[in-house]
Design a protein around this ligand. Structure first.
Ligand SMILES: [Zn+2]
Length: 379
């Protein structure tokens, strides 16, 4: 809860502003407003670096005790310029208490989607045995962790559900009625088929891995949106990128955007392995791929700030406005020739790149590696 004034920060619309953070909240934003306040610390960006509301990565795996998809919240988060990470179902009711306890040490804000399987992703097939779906345990876990658990997660692909087909999803939709939380559904290999999955989703539910190149892709063979996806989007179903090691195809994303279908949320599906070895590396690296595909910086940053916060109902997050949480990302957009790979080995060449310089969480500042070395940021 440090008090802080950021001076001469650039917004994506070109405006130069100061931001005052007091007791963890944004107290003032605007041209030269910093002159009227005092704080323990001041950062002057001299009009050279951008700021936005703190970046939110809406699909991560950061339960450090997970046997497969483990990571540290601060490595996926603050060290990469991300102020808030949402874990997408690494744990179910069995491990949510432990996960919550571990997150208390993190500088990054952490939220969790609760896996509908009580065992979480301790194996790749957490929904292949219907006995792992225990409504009583799930509802109690949701109640115990109100404000930390912000949604439910169901991984609906063949390797996860085994012979159970659509059954786990139908159970998830029933369990959701008791708590009103959004449901995030992972899509990939079939069965179950995407049409059947999409048809049971409601407004506010989230399809993640929306630009995957697997059989359950959102496009038909002619490159048009599958009718089931058209219907889902018309009902208010949300599209989340969830890049991951296997779930992002440039071909699908480019074609989707060509026919006017854009992601609502840009997220990474990061965990230690795809963070270190790629093709994910960081949320910023995923955002850079959208720059390369012609999405504007403002569109991209909206997808990791206000849109992510509003669609996931993260109160106080995602807005650089008075009264909001004092979460800010300082970043640069640098002209640079860069080679980018999707999850299928396809390559594109970009000319600009997002570089996170620092994450500020409730007024506390954490520089990224590049912030320290290339930008010599003084926090
Ligand atoms: Zn995931």
């Amino acid at each position: 809860m440090n008090d802080l004034i950021i001076k001469q920060a650039k917004l994506l619309n070109g405006e130069i502003v100061d931001v005052v953070v007091k007791v963890g909240k944004i107290q003032a934003v605007g041209p030269s407003v910093g002159d009227s306040y005092q704080a323990e610390r001041e950062i002057n960006l001299a009009g050279k670096l951008f700021i936005s509301a703190g970046w939110i990565d809406a699909h991560t795996h950061c339960y450090p005790a997970s046997p497969i998809y483990y990571d540290e919240p601060d490595l996926a988060g603050a060290a990469s310029g991300v102020t808030t990470v949402v874990d997408a179902g690494s744990v179910g009711a069995d491990d949510i208490d432990h996960f919550h306890e571990l997150t208390q040490q993190a500088k990054t804000n952490v939220y969790s989607y609760l896996n509908i399987s009580k065992i979480g992703i301790i194996a790749q097939n957490e929904l292949s045995d219907m006995a792992n779906i225990d409504n009583d345990c799930l509802q109690k876990a949701v109640k115990r962790h109100e404000g930390f658990v912000v949604g439910l997660k169901a991984r609906m692909s063949k390797s996860v559900v085994g012979e159970n087909g659509l059954k786990p999803l139908l159970r998830a939709k029933e369990m959701q009625k008791e708590n009103g939380l959004p449901l995030m559904v992972h899509i990939g290999n079939n069965p179950p088929n995407l049409d059947d999955i999409a048809d049971v989703l409601d407004k506010g539910d989230i399809i993640t891995h929306c630009f995957n190149g697997k059989p359950n892709r959102i496009l038909d063979q002619d490159g048009n949106l599958k009718p089931s996806i058209q219907r889902a989007l018309a009902r208010g179903v949300i599209l989340d990128v969830g890049h991951g090691g296997e779930s992002f195809s440039f071909n699908v994303a480019e074609q989707a955007m060509k026919i006017g279908t854009y992601p609502d949320i840009i997220s990474s599906d990061i965990y230690h392995r795809n963070r270190i070895n790629g093709p994910v590396y960081s949320l910023a690296a995923v955002m850079t791929k959208f720059l390369c595909m012609g999405f504007t910086p403002t569109q991209i940053v909206n997808c990791v700030t206000n849109k992510a916060a509003d669609l996931l109902h993260l109160d106080g997050k995602g807005h650089l406005t008075v009264g909001a949480d004092g979460d800010i990302t300082i970043f640069d957009i640098k002209d640079e020739h860069i080679e980018l790979s999707d999850a299928e080995g396809q390559v594109r060449f970009g000319t600009q790149r997002f570089i996170p310089v620092a994450a500020i969480v409730a007024g506390e500042s954490i520089a990224t590696k590049e912030g320290e070395s290339d930008y010599a940021i003084h926090l």
